[in-house]
Design a protein around this ligand. Sequence first.
Ligand SMILES: [Zn+2]
Ligand SMILES: [Zn+2]
Length: 181
Amino acid sequence: MKDRVQGKGVNYMFTTKGYAAHSAHEPLKPFSFERREPTPTDVQIEILFCGVCHSDLHIARNEWGFTTYPCVPGHEIVGRVVKAGREVKKFKEGDRVAIGCMVDSCRTCPDCEQGLEQFCQGMILTYGSEDKHTGGVTYGGYSTSIVLDQDFVLRLPDKLDPAAAAPLLCAGITTYSPMRH
Ligand SMILES: [Zn+2]
Ligand SMILES: [Zn+2]
């Protein structure tokens, strides 16, 4: 474990393995990178399954023109809580959980205040957004673990097959939302 000075405090980091795109024209390759140790409101999740969304391909190939490399895609994540910060109330070790396309938001804009974080202009995407904890970019679910605030973690019902549930986190909700409306 290494430590890294970040602002006034120190963020402890641990190494995670994943797959990253290093340019628009190469296949993904094994990639090791650092994630933060959970803060008091974070959970650390062992990733068990991750869907492959077509957006992952667009971004890996820089087809939308804003990719930062190396890029670890993946935003249809299913896993298990392995560590919970001391102020985490919503989850405990062993819980089955899921994560979609965002891992944080500004928390203060009118959309965030209404619980509509998906419209927040300051949303932190699961990968490729600025990561204020590490000073780098966020890395996604094509990896062995992820650390994020409890407010952006979803509970996965025991009845759902975890592998089949992963695509619900982007493809599923994208379809469900307009039908519901
Ligand atoms: Zn906001
Ligand atoms: Zn997607």
